[in-house]
Ligand binder design. Structure first.
Ligand SMILES: [Ca+2]
Length: 287
């Protein structure tokens, strides 16, 4: 298994070239076979942060029980109108970019794993083809089950709001999505490196907030109802999404999606009772 240090060295060798994103949102091939899994791992305390657009040093993360503190403050939510990674048909959903202020919160450093979820809900049927290992992210959980898992933690957690998820994913940077496909490869499981299945969490480099797999691996349920034009309201303070809806927001893209499908800003959604092989979650918590 490649050590974090070795991966860090590899990151330094990244070259600047955009990867062509020709593939669509195709599911894994029916003939896909499970590749050998690297040894499971938790996020090491010294996990390296990958600057995706600049090389500013990051403060040491404030940790609590597998979570990291995201400090209070403002960030720019949504994508810039000239962002070349944004699909033209997605612009109306993730723009206009607008300032959002969030109170401080904690968020899990990695996606909830099969082992973690199974300890709470042993009746959950693991998808042994797409997400087979103990340290792979749990998938095929409904929004209700994800919410219940978080609420059942001690002390109780909750699903992150869509804004909390996006601020965390951006890692303190304007975009947080690596422009460079070689760098994204060091940072996320997506179509280029894992088109057939998920991978154990926390194997890739962490973002500016020391979080793993915000982009790729599994998409992640958030607390909010989905409204495709919600951003036009430009809700500034601790937005929690529309008051009602029929679909919940999921974020971050998944293992089978191309570069443009695993950005910090792209907004996916499904009805909350759906179980999908590419959809998991992580929890948040108030300080
Ligand atoms: Ca993810």
């Amino acid at each position: 298994m490649t050590s974090p240090l070795a991966r860090s060295s590899a990151i330094a060798l990244c070259i600047a070239a955009l990867w062509s994103c020709a593939s669509g949102n195709a599911p894994p091939s029916p003939s896909a076979t499970a590749a050998p899994s690297p040894a499971p791992a938790t996020v090491p305390a010294s996990a390296q942060a990958v600057p995706t657009s600049s090389a500013h040093p990051r403060p040491e993360p404030v940790l609590r029980n597998g979570m990291v503190l995201i400090p209070a403050g403002e960030f720019l939510m949504g994508s810039a109108d000239d962002d070349p990674l944004v699909y033209p048909w997605e612009k109306a959903h993730e723009q206009p970019q607008h300032p959002v202020y969030l109170n401080a919160y904690y968020i899990d450093r990695h996606e909830v794993t099969n082992a973690e979820y199974g300890a709470v809900d042993p009746k959950h049927a693991r998808n042994t083809k797409v997400s087979p290992c103990d340290d792979c992210p749990v998938d095929e959980v409904t929004w209700f089950e994800a919410q219940a898992y978080c609420a059942g933690q001690q002390p109780p957690k909750r699903l992150p709001t869509e804004a909390e998820w996006e601020k965390a994913a951006k890692g303190g940077e304007p975009s947080g999505t690596p422009r460079n496909p070689v760098l994204l490869d060091q940072y996320a499981w997506f179509a280029k490196n894992s088109i057939e299945r998920t991978q154990p969490v926390a194997q890739k480099a962490v973002n500016g907030y020391s979080l793993s797999d915000m982009l790729g691996n599994v998409r992640e349920w958030t607390a909010d109802w989905y409204d495709p034009i919600y951003y036009k309201l430009k809700v500034r303070d601790n937005p929690k999404g529309p008051a009602e809806g029929v679909r919940r927001v999921e974020r971050g893209g998944a293992f089978f999606l191309p570069h443009r499908g695993v950005t910090t800003t792209i907004r996916y959604n499904h009805p909350p009772h759906f179980r999908l092989y590419f959809l998991g979650f992580r929890c948040a918590q108030d300080p």
